[in-house]
Design a protein around this ligand. Sequence first.
Ligand SMILES: [Zn+2]
Length: 324
Amino acid sequence: MSKKNGYAIGVDLGGTNIAAGIVNSSGKVILREKLPTMAHLGGKAVLGRIAQAISCLMQKTDPKIRKEIKGIGIGTPGLVDHKRGIVREPPNLPGMDGMNIKKYMETRFKLKTYLANDANAYAVGEHTFGAGKGTKNMVCITLGTGLGGGIIIDGKLYVGSFETAGELGHVIIRKEGIPCLCGSIGCVEPYVGANFIAERARKDIKNGKRSSIVKLVNGDLSKITPIIIEKAARQKDKYAKALWNEIGSEIGTALISIVNTLSPEMVVIGGGVSKAGDILFNPIKEKFNKIGFKFLRKRVKIVPGKLSDDAGVLGSSSLVWNHI
Ligand SMILES: [Zn+2]
């Protein structure tokens, strides 16, 4: 990326919240805004809420900075037509299907607007400001409710002929397995999503598995989250450790297919579930080093993301500096 001056607005559109911020060209968020998405009010209302978040930032910032804002980047769930700026089939925002977000924002704010799938935007963000800075080819995966992905080839986001590349959550790891929301069977996503992990622990405990997780949630199994299971694992709880080993192993299996296909120098793993740290990364690497090509084992770096809590906003803002 050539050195650019000025600021960009980054908007992370989620099913629950819209997070937005003004970001400088080195990746520092200088102003933040957060609004509930209120997806139930429909697509037009959500467009209005995104615009409201941007307006708030514009009003609050110094007029000198406002003049230096070069564009708006928006990360959204779903498939994206990048050129036209249309979002398709966003899973938690059904009312947004087919909406032209780019046109709406450009008309309203007279600023160039760039739209990308949220995991793709995150990959561009890690490549521009984070762990993948300076790499030529890298893969990014985000672990949260689902498993999102983004692929950088020759320093640029790879979207493919139909602009849908990077759907890494749907790499198949079982011939016969759990049905996935995408319509396929045995995709990695339903085996490693946050809700699956919590539900799996609930089920196992109800079926008699002994674990300190029960104590950590004071007997209320509905309070189990991946963070609680991580806590238990750090307290040397055998069950919790075994569960993380299994999750890591599933991700490692998917990574082998991804790395064998793309030969990236780095795999960056981010998102809420990745905060489990070495408890998750160790079994991922172990699996990769056990069954991946020997030649690749020492060469491909598997590292945690660096963008942390501002990841969504930073990733979206980076679209302004790295046009798709
Ligand atoms: Zn799938």
